[in-house]
Design a protein around this ligand. Structure first.
Ligand SMILES: [Cu+2]
Length: 490
């Protein structure tokens, strides 16, 4: 197995030991090239594995037709070899340890060392041959979600092919007929294998005309992609519960959770494309601050320009893919996240009652005499959770974490930051640090006199007069039910 190290990064000592010297400094393209020279005549391409959850620089195509490669958030692109005009890839389905956030490692199933598996990038019209080796303890198969291909290559085990037994390698071969954004995932014991993290991204770049253009697919400066995925991992454990149908507790982008998700770094005025695929069991309204985007493509391909309209949130349903495109013309650190608020939190106990407005001072004293460690959560909202140093079981992601330039961000899960910078070098994805706001452009505390609130005099009473006079007012105090996971399904 070959290891792919980060392009240009100095080798870490432990990696050097593992790789034994020169290979550790190889850049991604060189790895691909050496893989070709060393095994060009072997029957099976040597699989390339990735040991780290870092965002790898775009993999410039070393051979085949040129294209502008994508950047997989906290992921990488699988090198290939050309074999008599066919692009050959080797995917290995296997158990992996994925760092989902610093300090939190999950035991998942994936491909070539990571979950999700590596992104596969090809060009419209390429003939593609993919070797799939099964190193799982049970059968698997791969379905190439969204592709036009011969029926026997569609990967539904039992329907289109026999399932791949443990230890066996199958070969898929087809022509990438349609440009766009695709995914791959098993179609054997699907619920378990997808709950364990088996999935990957696939991008087919367009074939261009003689002017280097495509009528519906624009060239962009930055092209990001990630999959939406979800896990149910009890705090303190490392392996997902596989029988969970809807009640997941970790909402991830490429099996990473905030603050473990890398920022999307762009240069001001860059044309940016973000490709998102949803392999969770619920929809995710993906929201970008500071900019409007258009949906330039779906699962079915590029959208005709006349059908596009500006939005700031795109709902991405289960099994769907969307391409969001915009010009990043506003500098700053812009939040980008799923708009379901509980998807921007990490695992927590669900039976937390609403404590806002409940004064605990007396009760706490009473309880603390009985339980010295007793701590009240959520009395003033849940923000205290971001600063509370609560004892967590080992290998647990904090519920809401991440430190920004002004304090705790109070987010987890499906959250990242779009960093737009005027002086970001072209093609550089290096994190520029926090945005330096020009003087006078940050919200600030009011220090002057407070005006008395002017109550609006003519309050409405609905569209019709009441048939009966009102009884004296009743105040409602809402409180979430305690215990169990009921009613928290999506
Ligand atoms: Cu969501």
């Amino acid at each position: 197995m070959k290891n792919l190290d980060q392009a240009g990064a100095p080798p870490r000592p432990e990696r050097r030991r593992f790789l034994g010297g020169s290979a550790a400094t190889a850049i991604a393209g060189a790895v691909a090239a050496s893989a070709v020279s060393r095994v060009a005549h072997a029957a099976l391409p040597e699989p390339v594995v990735q040991a780290k959850p870092d965002t790898m620089p775009p993999l410039e195509p070393a051979n085949g037709r040129p294209y502008r490669p994508v950047v997989t958030l906290n992921g990488w692109t699988l090198p290939w070899r050309m074999n008599q005009g066919v692009k050959e890839f080797h995917l290995v389905a296997e158990p992996v340890v994925r760092e989902m956030a610093p300090g939190f490692k999950a035991h998942l199933w994936g491909y070539n060392g990571q979950s999700p598996g590596p992104t596969i990038e090809v060009v419209e019209g390429d003939r593609v041959r993919i070797f799939v080796t099964n190193r799982l303890p049970e059968v698997t198969s791969i379905h190439w979600h969204g592709q036009r291909l011969p029926n026997g290559m569609d990967g539904v085990s039992g329907l289109n092919q026999p399932a791949i037994e443990p230890g066996k390698t199958f070969v898929y071969e087809f022509v990438a007929r349609r440009p766009g954004t695709f995914m791959y995932h098993p179609h054997a014991d699907e619920m378990v294998q997808m709950a364990m993290g088996m999935m990957g991204f696939w991008v087919t770049h367009p074939k261009l005309d003689k002017h280097g253009k495509h009528p519906l697919i624009a060239e962009v400066d930055r092209d990001f992609c990630f999959l939406l995925n979800a896990f149910d991992i009890e705090p303190g454990s490392a392996t997902p519960r596989i029988m969970t149908m809807l009640d997941f507790n970790l909402w991830a982008w490429n099996s990473r959770i905030f603050p473990g998700i890398d920022p999307l770094v762009v240069r001001q005025h860059d044309k940016v494309r973000v490709r998102v695929g949803n392999l969770t069991m619920t929809n995710h309204p993906i929201h970008i601050h500071g900019h409007e985007f258009v949906v330039s493509g779906t699962d079915g391909g590029p959208t005709p320009p006349g059908s596009r309209w500006p939005e700031v949130t795109a709902d991405i349903a289960v099994g769907q893919m969307r391409q969001l495109e915009f010009v990043a013309d506003e500098v700053g650190d812009w939040a980008m996240h799923c708009h379901k608020s509980h998807h921007t939190m990490n695992a927590m106990g669900h039976g937390v009652p609403t404590m806002i407005g409940v004064d605990h001072r007396q009760v706490v004293g009473e309880v603390m005499r009985l339980v010295p460690d007793y701590m009240v959560m959520g009395e003033r909202g849940m923000h205290d959770m971001t600063e509370m140093e609560m004892p967590l079981p080992d290998n647990t992601a904090p519920m809401m974490a991440g430190q920004g330039p002004f304090g705790a961000v109070g987010m987890g899960g499906m959250f990242s930051v779009l960093k737009v910078r005027k002086d970001q070098p072209r093609g550089s994805y290096k994190d520029p640090g926090w945005y330096q706001h020009p003087k006078g452009t940050v919200a600030y505390e009011w220090a002057g006199a407070m005006a008395e609130p002017a109550r609006f005099a003519a309050e409405g009473s609905g569209s019709m007069p009441l048939a009966q006079p009102l009884k004296p007012g009743v105040e409602v105090r809402a409180r979430k039910p305690e215990g169990g996971h009921g009613g928290h399904h999506q």
